[in-house]
Design a protein around this ligand. Structure first.
Ligand code: B12
Ligand code: SF4
Length: 493
């Protein structure tokens, strides 16, 4: 049996569900799993202690750089350790294997490929002919097998191995747990990874798959019994598409068997009153719906959101009517637009009475239609390694002047405050966004403390039983801050 060490860059407040699942799958196949968090200590100490056979990385584009560096350190420690990387980065950049000293990469889903890979290694067998796994050899010899079909029967997957992460990190005591009830999204939004993922999987199965309600409830029950859990954050791209039997069953079983407040994402154009009422019956605490752009042409032509202003306002009004706090994401500084469009976006947020909103500055993402568009129009040179991992930074596009970039950055910070105090909208638009000193006077750091207060209605700091009050202030703060910690490129729905 193999010893598998997962390496994680850092632990924030969201469960790293990918490696939790891969750890369960490895254990199910009889292997032992370990974790090293790069920000928590020297990796070489863990390598000495564990002496792993395999080191595994799960990478998004951006953070892949840290894992490639860690990979070099692993190979310097012991060249015979087999290293493998999977996740969105290698799915969209399989060429990673050609330029770095990794032994294998996983493209697309790893649910079946990963245990097959480990078992082949343990047997001393061939790892060069496994669908979804690419090695230097199978690429060189043109032996790459096609991807296997998308995993349809999610219910057969093991529960996430939360022990892997909770036993050695602060997440054990963090009372909000992340969970995904399904996989996939059929919409064409040009800035999101979903259309690119669908292209990789074209002809290989359903666009969308989800767990049965029974399976979700069974896993959450175990989670609740094992770890203090006060809030569930459903991380699905879109939690529900329509009022259907699944939602009906969820609204009946979840409150009875789990009974914890939760947060989820939906598209505004999909939300209907029966859906919202069913989610309320289930115990929804707050909901995410994105506006992305106030201007119709930007929203529907450039971003392909295919959603009218009327649909957006109706959905937010519905949430207001039923007292469900809303979180909303809106992208500023879109290629080829101006500050006028950004103010239109702010105004639509104010009109919608969004409880807590974020206004990230657009950053092009590799593999996406909008990423390509910015390069083709000469707005961006295509050097994605240069991009910042935070979207609150200055726009990297060349179509904006210094002055415009400053206004966008200021609006990105002030938009949130305007939703809290709508009367500030006027002076913000007229004066504040133009102030060159503004970022210095109110640095992002100080605003994020404000965020924590502003965001508290969305992710609660009070629970009916008052449980959350017992938490230490740091955890509480983090929990509030979490409402702003969505994954910006996709917190859309
Ligand atoms: C949860 C989430 C987060 C969490 C991550 C928590 C964590 N530590 O893992 C948070 C909120 C912190 C986050 C942040 C960001 N995220 Co995010 N996030 C997601 C989300 C919604 C779900 C990921 C997930 O857990 N899925 C469930 C698991 C089971 O699936 P999985 O991870 O895909 O793993 C499967 C396969 O990929 C494969 N696999 C994965 N890893 C490995 C490793 C090995 C060895 C093998 C064999 C297989 C394998 O097997 C798994 C099972 O099939 C996805 C969107 C989505 N719907 O997938 C975006 C997504 C991954 N995020 C994305 C991005 C861009 C970011 C940010 C960079 C955004 C930003 N600038 O702030 C940051 C990066 C932060 C960082 N540290 O690098 C992009 C990545 C695109 C890309 N090209 O890399 C995605 C795809 C969304 C998008 N619109 O494009 N994110
Ligand atoms: S932005 Fe939302 S609706 Fe659009 S493709 Fe991505 S997850 Fe789907």
């Amino acid at each position: 049996m193999l010893k598998v060490l997962f390496v994680l860059k850092s632990v924030e407040y969201i469960d790293p569900m990918g490696i939790m699942l891969l750890s369960s799958l490895a254990k199910q196949a009889g292997h032992h799993t370990y974790l090293h968090v790069l920000s928590d200590g020297e990796m070489v100490d863990t390598l000495e202690r564990v002496r792993p056979d395999v080191v595994a990385f799960s990478a998004k584009t951006g953070e892949h750089k840290y894992y490639l560096e860690a990979n070099r350190a692993v190979k310097a420690f012991d060249k015979s350790i087999v290293t493998i990387m999977g996740g969105p980065h290698t799915t969209f950049f399989p060429g990673t294997i050609d330029y770095h000293d990794l032994d294998a990469i996983c493209v697309g889903e790893g649910d079946d490929a990963w245990p097959e890979f480990l078992n082949a290694l343990a047997r001393g067998g061939d790892i060069h002919g496994i669908p979804n796994i690419q090695t230097k050899l199978n690429r060189a010899e043109d032996r790459i097998l096609p991807l296997r079909p998308k995993k349809a029967d999610l219910d057969r997957l093991p529960y996430l191995d939360r022990d892997l992460v909770y036993r050695s990190t602060r997440l054990r005591r963090f009372p909000m747990r992340s969970y995904m009830a399904g996989r996939g999204c059929p919409y064409p939004c040009t800035y999101c990874f979903n259309h690119a993922f669908r292209a990789v999987y074209r002809g290989k199965g359903r666009l969308y798959n989800r767990f049965s309600v029974e399976r979700i409830v069974a896993e959450l029950k175990v989670l609740k019994a094992k770890y203090e859990t006060q809030f569930i954050k459903f991380y699905d791209d879109i939690f529900v598409f329509r009022y259907d039997e699944w939602l009906e069953e969820f609204a009946e079983k979840y409150p009875r068997e789990i009974g914890l407040p939760f947060h989820c994402l939906v598209r505004a154009d999909l939300l209907t009153e029966p859906m919202l009422l069913a989610l309320k019956n289930a115990g929804i605490h707050s909901i995410s719906m994105s506006i992305e752009a106030g201007n119709d042409e930007t929203r529907n032509k450039l971003l392909k959101r295919n959603m009218s202003k009327e649909q957006i306002t109706a959905a937010f009004d519905l949430c207001h009517k039923h007292k469900v706090p809303t979180f909303c994401n809106t992208i500023l500084a879109m290629p080829g637009t101006g500050i006028k469009e950004d103010i239109e976006s702010l105004d639509l947020n104010v009109r919608c009475r969004v409880t807590f909103g974020e206004f990230p500055v657009f950053h092009p993402y590799p593999g996406t239609e909008l990423g390509r568009y910015t390069v083709e129009h000469g707005y961006f040179d295509g050097d994605y390694d240069r991009l910042h991992m935070s979207y609150q930074n200055e726009s990297p596009l060349t179509c904006f002047s210094k002055k415009e970039k400053l206004m966008q950055k200021n609006l990105s910070l002030l938009g949130t405050v305007c939703l809290w105090q709508p009367w500030l909208r006027g002076i913000t638009v007229k004066w504040l966004i133009r102030l060159p000193v503004f970022p210095g006077v109110l640095p992002r750091e100080s605003l994020s403390h404000k965020d924590q207060d502003l965001s508290s209605p969305v992710i609660p700091n009070k629970h009916p039983q008052g449980h959350l009050r017992k938490l230490e202030p740091r955890t509480l703060q983090a929990l509030r801050r979490e409402s702003a910690l969505y994954c910006p490129t996709r917190t859309r729905a």
